[in-house]
Ligand binder design. Structure first.
Ligand SMILES: Cc1cc2nc3c(=O)[nH]c(=O)nc-3n(C[C@H](O)[C@H](O)[C@H](O)COP(=O)(O)O)c2cc1C
Length: 201
């Protein structure tokens, strides 16, 4: 193949897929039919914990990420696994039809799972839209291409230079501030202040 990155030019968005017990970042989402009860398909890798959860689930949700979404959302949901941490800890969510959706999003869709098509590495879960709302009109939807173009800048936002860095000794997450607050919990692994060590230059 000359360049497999050509698939990054397909216009698709960035979403947080959620279901009972967890969720992950997905971009492989398609509206496969329109109308009031649209069919929405999402491809989920079999080695993701979300895949195991979705196999048992009756419903799933998609929170649509905007370009201004906090980069930590992508860090937590796209690079960590619900096998290791509670991704919803310290996050503002609302529960719709029993599914948690993110407040820091343009809106949400809730689907009833109606089909699942399996291949070697992924399953295409197909859901019928049963609820949805637009909750933020002022941001633009984040496209996968935007993410690819800005991912280095998005990472920089989370490194807030100029402040003392406190590193979680278990997962490596860095908290920036003069002191780690007493009630602070690591957003990645959920552990408390006592697990953070000041980063020495
Ligand atoms: C930009 C981006 C796009 C992603 N798109 C998908 C996707 O479409 N399908 C998928 O299964 N995983 C996708 N992932 C990977 C999962 O979000 C990631 O493996 C996650 O850590 C799985 O978490 P889990 O084990 O809790 O399910 C994407 C990750 C990123 C950063």
């Amino acid at each position: 193949m000359k360049n497999s990155k050509i698939t990054r030019k397909i216009t698709q968005g960035m979403y947080i897929l959620t279901t009972e017990g967890g969720g992950c970042v997905v971009d492989a989402v398609a509206r496969v039919s329109g109308g009031e009860n649209s069919l929405i398909a999402v491809a989920v890798a079999k080695n993701n914990h979300t895949h195991t959860l979705l196999q048992q689930a009756e419903k799933f949700g998609l929170s649509i990420l905007g370009e201004q979404a906090h980069p930590k959302l992508i860090e937590t949901f796209g690079f960590c696994s619900s096998r290791d941490l509670d991704k919803f800890a310290n996050l503002k969510t609302q529960e719709i039809e029993g599914i948690k959706v993110l407040e820091d999003a343009l809106g949400y869709m809730i689907m009833k799972k109606v089909d699942a098509i399996e291949n070697d590495t992924h399953t295409l879960f197909i859901g019928e839209l049963i609820e949805g709302d637009i909750t933020n009109e002022s941001d633009r939807p984040m496209s996968y291409a935007y993410y690819q173009e800005h991912k280095e800048d998005l990472k920089k936002v989370t490194t807030e230079q100029g402040k003392t860095a406190w590193v979680c000794t278990v997962c490596g997450y860095v908290y920036y501030g003069d002191e780690v607050p007493d009630d602070y919990r690591c957003p990645l692994c959920g552990l408390g202040k006592e697990y953070f060590k000041k980063k020495e230059d």
